[in-house]
Design a protein around this ligand. Structure first.
Ligand code: UDP
Length: 327
């Protein structure tokens, strides 16, 4: 083996499993740590016979296990987390425990070896800020603590603060990557993690597409192959340590446009309906009105730019859903 050995936490999940494929493809060895709470065996089944792939079912909260695994690797991609607005809204306590304690365990353990860490963060941390496009040094606007949704943003902000405190005070080479709405094959078919999965499933089932609110809210959907390239670039760029990077495709789309495009691409004869937020998530809910990345820092320091068009990404995703959604 010519490559390095990486630990990928959350490597059975949507982004994590694509990252694992890319690392193996590049000649690296990979150990995955995943508790399979959301990640799925089907996402890595094709790698089980690979000589440099190793899967461990377990939790990032298990410090003994994490210490053992970290001792064997050159770098850590830390993607394990409770993600997805619906999961977070339904169980904010578990979200914060896993996302804060788990990350602390990973960073503390990595620190003992000064092991390179790339921490998966989120565009959610920009909250309700109206200042699009969002740049990494911008002020963030997080809503009140009476709204459980924001606990995810706060947990990821705390993760970044922890990582950068370890960087400054303990010389831990840690980089944060802020993902902007990744999508692609292997999206959770239940649609918990993404509006794209929900709309595709609804269209394939011949059901109405449920646009929440007035549908004028926007997102910058990023094809997972691009998300993975940006993540690997962060690991491979030593001077990225101590900084956060937006990893996203700077194309802004409203949910109304998204619904229309998915309905057309699937070729479904279905309605598009508007559902009040309160009905979808309960009364204590607030949405991010616009989300768009400023990608200058990632381009300048990581040499990264998203290259897959939204249309091409959507085509590949719909194809995958048609073939796999019952799996
Ligand atoms: N959304 C929607 N219909 C759905 C699910 C989600 O209109 O069935 C909206 C949601 O309110 C948000 C956007 O789609 O404005 C993106 O939601 P998602 O859960 O994919 O991720 P977020 O970017 O909010 O973390």
């Amino acid at each position: 083996m010519n490559g390095q050995h990486f630990l990928v936490t959350g490597g059975a999940g949507f982004i994590g499993s694509h990252l694992v494929d890319a690392l193996l493809e590049a000649g690296h060895a990979v150990t995955v740590l995943d508790d399979l709470s959301v990640g799925k065996p089907q996402n890595f089944a094709h790698n089980l016979t690979h000589p440099y792939f190793h899967f461990v079912q377990g939790s990032i909260l298990d410090k003994t296990l994490v210490t053992q695994l970290v001792a064997q690797v050159d770098g850590i991609y830390h993607l394990a987390a409770v993600v997805g607005v619906k999961y977070v809204v339904e169980d904010p306590l578990r979200g914060m425990q896993v996302n804060v304690r788990g990350t602390e365990t990973i960073l503390e353990t990595a620190c003992a070896r000064r092991c390179r860490v790339v921490l998966a963060s989120s565009s959610e941390i920009y909250g309700k800020s109206a200042g699009v496009p969002f740049a990494e040094e911008d002020v963030t606007v997080i809503g009140p603590t009476s709204v459980p949704r924001w606990s995810y943003a706060v947990s990821k902000l705390l993760d970044e603060h922890l990582a950068f405190a370890y960087y400054r005070q303990e010389e831990l080479p840690a980089t944060a990557v802020r993902y902007f709405n990744a999508f692609g094959p292997r999206l959770d078919p239940r649609g918990y993690g993404s509006v794209i999965a929900r709309f595709i499933n609804q269209a394939l089932d011949g059901q109405a597409l449920t646009v929440y609110g007035d549908g004028q809210q926007t997102r910058a959907f990023t094809f997972v192959a691009d998300t993975v390239r940006g993540t690997i670039a962060a690991m491979e760029t030593p001077k990225s340590a101590g900084q956060a990077f937006n990893i996203g495709n700077p194309r802004e789309i409203t949910m109304n446009e998204l619904a229309a495009q998915i309905r057309e691409s699937v070729g479904a004869d279905v309605d598009i309906v508007h559902v009040p937020y309160a009905q979808a998530y309960g009364t204590a809910f607030e949405d991010t009105p616009r989300r768009l990345p400023n990608v200058t820092r990632a381009a300048e320091i990581l040499g990264f730019r998203a290259t897959t068009s939204f249309e091409e990404g959507l085509r590949q995703t719909i194809l995958w859903f048609k073939e796999h959604r019952d799996a």
